[in-house]
Every structure is written in structure tokens, then in C-alpha cells.
Write a protein that binds this ligand. Structure first.
Ligand SMILES: [Zn+2]
Length: 131
């Protein structure tokens, strides 16, 4: 994702990306490994889990840890978000985002579809010509 959009996410939820320089704990040092077209879906998903993360972090404070996003990437044409530790509610939100991403062009955010030829989700303008 473009640095400008990454900054928007990191500024909005800074405490969710605390250990990004340690690759044994988080892969966020690689950045958000997907196209700009999923920015709005990502922001919507993070807004959805915000109350649950706040509740969960109060619980985690007792054991001296906190919720953290450790990887965000494209895989097989869909958006994958991985957090540790996490809850069922948060995982469900991430699964919803994963399935919704299969209907949104990863590059431009227009309605798209999963392209079986090359395992990417694209709109008709961004998809390479059919062979
Ligand atoms: Zn597109």
C-alpha cells in the first residue's frame, strides 16, 4: 500500500502496531503488503473491531500484553489480516474482510472479481488482457 495511506492507518491506530521493528514478533516492518484499492476496506474493518479491541486490551492489561496487528497482506487474491493475541469476534471481522476483498479491485478499489488465471482480484480496467 502507498506510504501515504499506510501513515493514515498507523496514525489512526498507533497502539496496534507497537513492535513493528522486531521481525520475530511482527511482519509489519514490511508494511501493508497489498494494493491501495483495499484501503477503505481495511479502515472499515479496523473501525469495526475498535470497540472489541478496547475491551480485549483491558482484559490483556492484567497479563501485561496488548492486541497487535502483526501482518497485513494480499494472498491468493484476498486481504489477510493477522493479529496476536486475538478473539473470535476479531477473527470473524477479518474473515468478513477477506471475503469482501474478493469483490474489490486490489489496485483501484472499484468493484472487482477474483481472476482465476492469476489469483488476483481486479476490476476490468486493471485486469491484464485475456490470453
Ligand atoms: Zn481496478
Amino acid at each position: 500500500m502507498s506510504p501515504g495511506l499506510e501513515v493514515q492507518i498507523r496514525l489512526r491506530w498507533p497502539e496496534w502496531f507497537g513492535q513493528h521493528s522486531d521481525y520475530t514478533k511482527s511482519l509489519m516492518g514490511h508494511g501493508f503488503q497489498h494494493g491501495d484499492g483495499w484501503y477503505r476496506l481495511l479502515a472499515k474493518t479496523f473501525e469495526r473491531i475498535e470497540p472489541e479491541v478496547a475491551r480485549f486490551n483491558r482484559e490483556l492489561a492484567a497479563i501485561g500484553t496488548q492486541f497487535e496487528i502483526v501482518e497485513v497482506k494480499e494472498k491468493f487474491g484476498s486481504l489477510r489480516i493477522i493479529a496476536l493475541p486475538t478473539t473470535t469476534e476479531i477473527i470473524c471481522a477479518f474473515m468478513d474482510a477477506r471475503y469482501e476483498s474478493l469483490t474489490i479491485c486490489e489496485l483501484c478499489g472499484a468493484p472487482g472479481a477474483f481472476q482465476t488465471e492469476y489469483s488476483q482480484t481486479r476490476c476490468t480496467d486493471c485486469a491484464p488482457p485475456k490470453r
